[in-house]
Design a protein around this ligand. Structure first.
Ligand SMILES: [Zn+2]
Length: 445
């Protein structure tokens, strides 16, 4: 490697953050410092290590500033490409067309999530913060670049600024910056909340009305066969309750306009807890949830050693619970699987028609939306013809895959494309030309 004498300290557009970081790592020999040679006093060694740690933090702040710039540049570039594509594209398939800037944001988010191996939610957050920071918080970006604050501080400021009108953002930034430079992110967050409240032009009533749109019910699997549905319950009860709320929410689709499925789940939960039934024409009363439990044949016979049984929407459960659910519980549909390959052998006696069986089989195979990294449940996703029906694609397991509404539209409206590779493996091609594989939840035999 050739050495360089150029400075990396002034220009945010300096293309060498990686080399600067390498220089830093090379500058401190940790082994030498921590070796108990007696040559260097212990207090000096501690000092040197702390100095190096602080310097490391400053550099990583600078890299974070760089990352924000790159994400924003990527989105702008993608937007340019989508505007060019917009005219050429036929607006026929995949639902109501998104605007080019919406496609650009969503496609960039998907590309960033795949390339960095982060969740779609993290990628969305990174993009949103990049837009806010670059677009309206130049002082925060500068502080990050100079290492006066860390990325966690910048994220706190960006998240708060995001919900403020543009003209109030600079005031927020200036008011909280001294705190950001002196305090940890948790203390900063408390300070930011107070300042944001003071600067917000809308009344708390108006903001509550907006926040109401985000109401929902969230199922959060934890270990040891348990799950939170904001009550810690045995996983089978939590999954069953969540599924029942979902089915009620689906049945209430046309009762009360403007409510998302998450809103309707939350309303059904509140109605059931507060008055014992669901209002609005009573739809949903008596709805019983159907939850799939996948049981390897050997487990059902009480001979362990095979793959564990699995509860849809949760994951592995203990054998006793699986046997009990498979034998008795009316709201659980047993799905018997081959003990070694996990291939589906039976979906129960009363399900024979091929399309329904195929649907069930695919739901188990996929588990979630099949866009790489997407965790949305297959149960609420669309079954997409990988190769469009009108282009000769068959209704067959090797041409069908679950896509959530979001990624279904992304596939049809943006530059993303997908092919099936056999064995349930999907190969996604990003607009950038990069390729990502998506493996099935249960590999078929
Ligand atoms: Zn998805």
């Amino acid at each position: 490697m050739t050495s360089s004498t150029e400075s990396h300290d002034q220009d945010p557009r300096d293309p060498a953050p990686r080399r600067a970081f390498d220089d830093l790592i090379a500058a401190v020999d940790v082994d030498e410092l921590t070796a108990d040679t007696g040559v260097v006093a212990a207090s000096s060694r501690v000092d040197a290590l702390l100095e190096a740690l602080i310097e490391c933090e400053v550099r990583s702040s600078r890299i974070a500033a760089r990352r924000v710039e790159l994400v924003q540049a990527l989105r702008v570039e993608q937007e340019r490409a989508e505007r060019e594509r917009a005219d050429a594209r036929s607006a026929s398939s995949g639902g109501e067309p998104w605007a080019p800037e919406v496609i650009a944001r969503r496609s960039t988010s998907a590309e960033v999530a795949c390339a960095l191996r982060i969740t779609p939610r993290s990628a969305d957050a990174l993009l949103a913060r990049a837009v806010t920071l670059i677009g309206s918080l130049p002082g925060t970006v500068q502080a990050l670049w100079e290492g006066r604050i860390g990325f966690a501080h910048a994220a706190v400021i960006a998240d708060a600024a995001d919900s403020l009108p543009r003209e109030s953002r600079t005031a927020l930034e200036q008011a909280v910056m001294p705190c950001a430079e002196a305090q940890n992110p948790a203390r900063l967050k408390a300070r930011v909340r107070v300042v944001r409240e003071r600067l917000h032009p809308e009344s708390i009533a108006a903001r509550k009305a907006q926040a109401m749109a985000t109401r929902g019910v969230f199922l959060d699997p934890v270990s040891d066969g348990m799950a939170w549905i904001s009550a810690l319950l045995p996983a089978e009860q939590a999954a069953g309750a969540y599924r029942r709320l979902t089915e009620i929410a689906v049945s209430l689709e046309h009762a009360g306009a403007g409510r998302s499925i998450g809103n309707r789940r939350a309303d059904a939960l509140a109605d059931l807890l507060l008055q014992g039934s669901v209002e609005a024409s009573g739809v949903g009363v008596g709805v019983r949830a159907k939850v799939l439990v996948t049981v390897p044949a050997l487990t059902l016979l009480g001979r362990g050693g095979g793959a564990p049984a699995s509860l849809e929407g949760y994951g592995p459960i203990d054998d006793d619970t699986a046997r009990r659910l498979a034998a008795h519980a009316p709201s659980f549909t047993r799905l018997l699987t081959h003990p070694e390959t996990g291939a589906v052998l039976s979906v129960g006696r009363d399900r024979y028609r091929v399309p329904a069986d195929l649907k069930t089989w695919l739901r188990v195979r996929d588990g979630t939306c099949r866009f790489p990294g997407c965790g949305r449940s297959a149960a609420q996703a669309d079954l997409d013809h990988t190769r469009d029906w009108q282009n000769g694609g068959a209704t067959a397991h090797d041409n069908l895959a679950h896509l959530c509404r979001h990624h279904h539209r992304l596939k049809h409206q943006s530059g993303w494309s997908v092919t099936q590779q056999g064995g349930g493996v999907l190969r996604w091609r990003a607009p950038s030309g990069r390729v990502y594989a998506s493996e099935p939840d249960v590999p078929p035999d």
